[in-house]
Design a protein. Structure first.
Length: 207
């Protein structure tokens, strides 16, 4: 959001929305040096802005967490001017894989993690959904993330903590969660660790 706000300065305006006040406060702090950035607690399925208000819209790993994606896309289209551009990034979650832990435990952890969002493979559905919402000229590009090491400066390390915290609420015991993380760490020491994620950038135009 900060980069977008700085890009449209000084005459433009960048608007960010979220349903979490904590996330909004963090965003305001991050964008303290971008006075043209505004933030609102709002639901993407019920936007308060008038038709054709915005020139462009974007989201990163958001739509896969929205229960009614079609409604959200139609609302985004409604508030875009004719010819306005969209750029959405969503993850192919079935391709979100850690390698190195014992296969049975690793499989149970990743299977439990599936419950974290309602749309596991949304990028595959986006072209049709966007066309139905009035967003044409759809194109897609994978933004693959690959890590072959596991330490605090890797995406995989941060992702493993997110996964571990979630699956601990889904019936995976704390001891098993710790064991899974330990196994990933040991696999890195043995040169056997791997992590893959495939976010997909989907773009289109309001028609």
């Amino acid at each position: 959001m900060r980069d977008l706000a700085l890009a449209v300065a000084p005459s433009g305006r960048a608007v960010g929305i979220d349903v979490s006040d904590d996330q909004l406060e963090a965003a305001r702090t991050l964008c303290a040096d971008a006075p043209c950035a505004d933030f609102f607690n709002a639901d993407v399925c019920e936007l308060a802005w008038e038709d054709g208000f915005f020139d462009a819209a974007s989201s990163i790993q958001t739509l896969e967490y929205v229960a009614d994606v079609d409604r959200a896309l139609k609302e985004v289209r409604r508030v875009l001017r004719l010819g306005g551009r969209v750029a959405f990034i969503s993850v192919l979650w079935d391709a979100y894989q850690f390698h190195g832990a014992e296969p049975e435990l690793n499989g149970r952890v990743l299977d439990a993690f599936r419950a974290h969002c309602p749309h596991q493979m949304l990028p595959l559905e986006m072209p049709k959904r966007m066309l139905n919402a009035g967003l044409d000229g759809v194109s897609q590009r994978p933004l693959t993330i690959y890590n072959s090491s596991f330490h605090e400066n890797t995406y995989a390390y941060c992702a493993s903590r997110f996964v571990a915290a979630f699956v601990a609420t889904q019936g995976i015991g704390e001891d098993e969660v710790r064991d899974w993380l330990d196994q990933l760490s040991r696999s890195d020491q043995d040169g056997q660790f791997g992590f893959v994620s495939v976010p997909v950038l989907t773009m289109g135009t309001a028609t």
